[in-house]
Design a protein around this ligand. Sequence first.
Ligand code: NAD
Length: 277
Amino acid sequence: MILDGKLVREEILNKIKEKIKTEALDIKLAIILVGDDEASKIYIKNKEKYCNLVGIKTTKYTFASNTKEDEIIELIQKLNNDASVTGIILQSPVPKQIDFDKVTNLIDPNKDVDGFTKENIYNLYLGRKTILPCTVKGIIKLLEYYNIPIEGQDIVIIGRGNIVGHPLSLALQNKNATVTVLHTHTKDLEKFTKEADILISAAGCAHLVKSYMVKKNTVVIDVGVSRKGDKIVGDVDFENVKDIAAAITPNPGGVGPMTVAMIIDNLVELKERSKNG
Ligand code: NAD
């Protein structure tokens, strides 16, 4: 079975569009871009496109690559205090003179679309309700959509990065999975990957996961993004793994669309928080 992120994205966004319309929700996203990173510009266009599609307003704040950190901090404080702003995204990467973690952490946790502030991460750590990082939430929603159980499953994650692997390991433990995390210092990846009920690769290493590393009927989720020329390549050798796996995400077309959908989903969640709190 193919886990079709584009299809699930469309369904989620259609539901959200309807909700925004019927409840007349006034949602606004502020996106901050510092510098000229070409990939960031594409990601931002995509975020704007899907916000627009469901009826969420966006404002983009662009800054030259030599902008001082204080200027960005000042804008974040202004946006935090602006009641018309529902969510704020500081697009990564930022130029060297700006400390991404420090500045991101100044975003009001109740406007933290990406779920990267200390408060939201601490809540994830404690297993409390939180704003989940979008890729993490997207993977969980994709599994849930296809009725793939998480509780009690042996889940192996390749990668312990701050954006995907590490928070995902916490979120899946909170859902009662047994989670094993592999990384560049793991002696023998295959020893663990072959035991997985669900194998999730978030390493960013092209075609790292080969067919001999996967047990029959495993669910395989490919998060990694590597570029080979103008082609995007995942962590999984899709052509050879797809016949062994019970279910597998294409890449592109699997986790990526879910990540974008969860930006929108998180914005609606933040809006509801602001109405209730
Ligand atoms: P990161 O660089 O912070 O972390 C990568 C992790 O993978 C590290 O812990 C490293 O130890 C591990 N790793 C790398 N090569 C390995 C190898 N050969 N064997 C074992 N472990 C290895 O990256 P990140 O920010 O967590 O993102 C992970 C990947 O997911 C990247 O390719 C990123 O582009 C992609 N990503 C995709 C989406 C999406 O929506 N599809 C969203 C976010 C990130």
